[in-house]
Design a protein around this ligand. Structure first.
Ligand SMILES: [Ca+2]
Length: 278
């Protein structure tokens, strides 16, 4: 009782301090509110005269981009594939999942920047990486790849691509033709006035802000990414090659753990008895 009464005695000053702080923070929040102070963005290299100013401001307000530690956004730099993974994970409201204990890509480790975000993107099938096993984190995002990323992020909506291409530089046989024409049909990217889409062009960070803004408005991230729980339905002997067992485990682990019990020692590498294990 004496302890609790002494606590009560100290509460009024603490409460008063808390109220003072709340008032001070509220004042700062009002002062920084975008509706009252539109002249400058959160970034010192972006202002109202910048192309895509509203979209970049939206990106910052949503917490999708925090920019660089020196306060810049670097709007004209090409967006890299690791940063895009981070943008997309945040656009999806940071879904809960357990990252793998071992990187599924040969060119990043679990300690690489944005590993969690890249792993989320691969756990959802939005990215499969390259055929050589890499993710290419520092490579620029090209416009054709963006179409594929966004089509998958939208949950692969049903879409019949037009028989005749709306773009002079994209043929119906081109890589990602369906995804590119889908993106155009949504209005997210309609290409240039000369009827080109410029599929291999790298996307600048300011343009990516605009694409993500339109994606959020016009399409939205698919609802749930969680694969249904297959239960303890697999043993190592059910796989003929290590890679198949590892991929099965990597698909379910982030959402359901090691349900098959394939990783006895918990190091993220399953079924080392199978041919092909590293
Ligand atoms: Ca193991």
């Amino acid at each position: 009782m004496t302890v609790s009464s002494s606590r009560v005695r100290f509460q009024p000053p603490r409460l008063a301090r808390a109220l003072t702080w709340a008032l001070a923070l509220a004042t700062i929040a009002v002062a920084l509110s975008p509706s009252l102070a539109h002249a400058k963005s959160e970034f010192n290299d972006v202002d109202q005269s910048s192309k895509f100013y509203a979209e970049i401001t939206w990106l910052a307000d949503q917490g999708i981009s925090t920019g660089y530690s020196d306060g810049t956004f670097l709007p004209y730099d090409a967006i890299t594939r690791d940063a895009m993974a981070a943008f997309m994970y945040r656009l999806a409201d940071k879904p809960a999942f357990d990252p793998l204990k071992r990187s599924p890509f040969t060119d990043i480790t679990t300690r690489s920047k944005f590993f969690k975000e890249i792993n989320w993107l691969s756990s959802t099938g939005v990215t499969t990486g390259y055929a050589d096993g890499g993710y290419g984190p520092y490579k620029s995002v090209t416009r054709d790849a963006m179409a594929a990323f966004m089509y998958r992020l939208a949950g692969k909506p049903s879409f019949d691509p037009p028989a005749r291409s709306p773009f002079v530089d994209v043929a119906p046989t081109s890589k990602f033709y369906k995804e590119i024409t889908w993106l155009a049909s949504t209005g997210i990217s309609t290409g240039w006035s000369d009827n080109t889409y410029r599929p291999s062009l790298a996307i600048a960070r300011d343009a990516m802000a605009a694409f993500m803004y339109r994606f959020d408005r016009e399409v939205g991230v698919a609802g749930s990414w969680e694969p249904s729980n297959p239960g303890d339905s697999k043993n190592c002997s059910d796989f003929s090659h290590w890679r198949d067992a590892q991929e099965w485990y990597e698909r379910y682990y982030p959402y359901h753990g090691d349900i098959g019990g394939l990783d006895g020692d918990g190091d993220g590498i399953v079924c080392v008895s199978l041919p092909g294990h590293p």
